[in-house]
Design a protein around this ligand. Structure first.
Ligand code: IPM
Ligand code: MG
Length: 360
């Protein structure tokens, strides 16, 4: 039976980068006999405009019944003044929570061809290969209570809650340990245990879980230091595991080491390995509709989907090889183009398809 992929372009550049990724998917179907079906639905601002909610029930249902979900990006200027409960970002968070996608894998790999696109010195980033494992359905993003309240003196106070159950820390650290076992067997757990009780418990649980993986070298680092070390000596890291918000911040930081946030894919997985795949960047409303965005992070997210959820490692490899090839050939979208003329979003998608066909 063919597997079903739900495609959610979302907003802004989401449409363009997803269209190129669908092109790559169609190429795999028609030329390499990949057996998948696709369907498409609305999420984010696009869904709000039609259904007055960023996550219609129909979209969540389709996502639950699909084998995997491919998402572009959500958000845009026109929805920024909406109530926070119906803003596009809530659509994304609702999908993560609704599908229980607690494990977010964000690999930061430097393609050697792009060493000069990084703002860091080539020797600092060359060969960089870090995997950030971000907890995705808990922490301050979802903690209750939250809101804005009025104090007795009439002043308003905003509040959010950072909360983690032991079981939530346990399961994300296990995922990170498994990943570390397949890599260099070094895991750094990032917390703020010197100030926050919640992450003091995080560290305790991480140590406990670590006892079952004696082959993995487990270390701990405070998040402020981790941010500094990422730009000082990033190659000291193999796998990092951290909370939802720290992971959000550190993964953007790690992205810039690789030259552009336009290069980084991600996988968000549930307990069974079912998942949603998306670039780690946002909807970039400033360049939306201009055919300028880099589609490679989304195309590489499709490769992750093929590898992690659809068990089509060979198809994933075809995509990854093709991306390598187009970078070798000198194709660059504007975000990774340090000199010369940049190619457009669609030219990049076409180049990846052509590279796949050439190698067959
Ligand atoms: C990300 C994004 C999201 C997040 C936003 C769009 C809600 O920044 O996936 O990193 O904060 O998780
Ligand atoms: Mg982010």
């Amino acid at each position: 039976m063919s597997k079903k992929i739900l495609i959610l372009p979302g907003d802004g550049i989401g449409h363009e980068i997803v269209a190129e990724t669908v092109k790559v998917l169609q190429c795999l179907r028609s030329e390499f006999a990949l057996n998948v079906e696709t369907e498409q639905a609305l999420v984010g601002g696009a869904a709000y405009d039609v259904h007055a909610t960023p996550l219609p029930d129909e979209t969540l249902d389709l996502a639950k019944h699909a084998d995997a979900v491919l998402l572009g990006a959500v958000g845009g200027y026109q929805w920024e003044s909406l109530d926070i409960a119906v803003r596009p970002e809530k659509g994304l968070l609702g999908l993560r929570a609704g599908l229980d996608l607690f494990a977010n894998l964000r690999p930061a790999i430097l393609y050697p061809q792009l060493a000069d696109a990084s703002t860091l010195k080539p020797e600092v980033v060359s060969g960089l290969d870090i995997m950030i494992v971000r907890e995705l359905t808990g922490g301050i993003y979802f903690g209750q209570p939250r809101g804005v309240r009025e104090l007795e003196n009439g002043e308003r106070e905003g509040f959010n809650t950072l909360v983690y159950k032991e079981s939530e820390v346990d399961r994300i650290v296990r995922v990170a340990m498994d990943i570390a076992m397949k890599r260099d067997k070094r895991l750094c757990s990032v917390d703020k245990a010197n100030v926050l009780e919640c992450t003091e418990l995080w560290r305790e649980v991480a140590n406990r879980v670590g006892e079952s993986w004696p082959d993995v070298e487990l270390s701990h680092m405070y998040v402020d230091n981790a941010a500094m070390q990422l730009v000082r000596e990033p190659k000291q890291f193999d796998v990092m595991v951290t909370t939802n918000m720290f992971g959000d911040i550190l993964s953007d930081c790690a992205a810039m080491l690789t030259g552009s946030i336009g290069m980084l894919p991600s996988a968000s997985l549930d307990e069974q390995g079912k998942g949603m795949y998306e670039p780690i960047h946002g909807s970039a409303p400033d360049i939306a509709g201009k055919n300028q965005a880099n589609p490679l992070a989304t195309i590489l997210s499709l490769a992750m989907m093929l590898r992690y959820t659809l068990e089509e490692a060979e198809m994933a490899q075809r995509i990854e090889d093709a991306v390598n090839h187009v970078l070798d050939q000198g194709f660059r979208t504007q975000d990774i183009c340090s000199s010369g003329k940049a190619v457009s979003t669609s030219e990049m998608g076409d180049a990846v398809c052509a590279a796949m066909l050439e190698s067959s």
